[in-house]
Design a protein around this ligand. Sequence first.
Ligand SMILES: NC(=O)c1ccc[n+]([C@@H]2O[C@H](COP(=O)([O-])OP(=O)(O)OC[C@H]3O[C@@H](n4cnc5c(N)ncnc54)[C@H](OP(=O)(O)O)[C@@H]3O)[C@@H](O)[C@H]2O)c1
Length: 255
Amino acid sequence: MSVLSSFDLSGKTAVVTGAKRGIGRGMAEALAEAGADIVGVSASLQPGSDVEQAVTSLGRKFTPYQCDFSDRAAVQALAAQLDADGVKPDILINNAGTIKRKPAAEHPDDWWDEVIEVNLSAQFVLSREIGRGMIERGSGKIIFTASLLTFQGGITVPGYAASKGGIGQLTKALANEWAGKGVNINAIAPGYIATDNTQALQDDPDRSKSILERIPQGRWGTPKDFAGPVVFLASPASDYVNGEILTVDGGWMGR
Ligand SMILES: NC(=O)c1ccc[n+]([C@@H]2O[C@H](COP(=O)([O-])OP(=O)(O)OC[C@H]3O[C@@H](n4cnc5c(N)ncnc54)[C@H](OP(=O)(O)O)[C@@H]3O)[C@@H](O)[C@H]2O)c1
């Protein structure tokens, strides 16, 4: 296999959670451009979405599923439905995520529970259910969307930081068990990316200025910045990469 053809995803099926917008949409479009058919999942995804149109205009198939990741039974039902529909994912992008901002002293239990469920527990359940089939087939790629808060504590987002710290450990835990079974588990840790998730920071002039001053590249990231990294980790080009957390942050973590 030549180096360039090792990035080819033709004939592969990728399940992308949180595919409707933001980073997940950018990843879904990049995987489609590299040749993969996309099974998109999000809380409110409907047939005919913008991401569906982008993927199909690249000549790839797009199949939408709706699922609320804060509901454990719904995540189990999604896994069962994918199986019943004959979906055999080669690639799983665990990207759907939520964030709740409030100082720790006032951070309510239900916010904590929701963020941990959506960002960590649902990701484990889906990876376990889909990963089982990958193990049986002897191949697969699972990519989590981690965060700078996988490494740092953040400010006023204790549940989010805890969930993303957990994602870093889950990446390594699954890699330790499944690397020898042909399944690569890795994560991408985005820096500060201009999406709905960071709207509150973008709208706060002080936070926005201090964030920008620390990014060596001097700009916020965009969903397009994930095209190369996600195709790399989803393709045979990364077959000997396991348990890695790839930061895509314009240099933030180096400072
Ligand atoms: N933006 C950043 O700077 C940044 C930095 C580090 C990490 N991340 C991580 O990157 C991932 C994507 O974030 P983003 O910035 O692209 O955020 P976004 O624009 O807010 O998009 C989040 C996506 O996740 C889906 N989602 C949220 N809650 C869900 C739930 N309960 N059930 C099912 N789907 C749900 C949304 O579905 P709907 O569209 O249907 O609502 C949406 O498609 C997240 O894991 C986030 O934590 C982002």
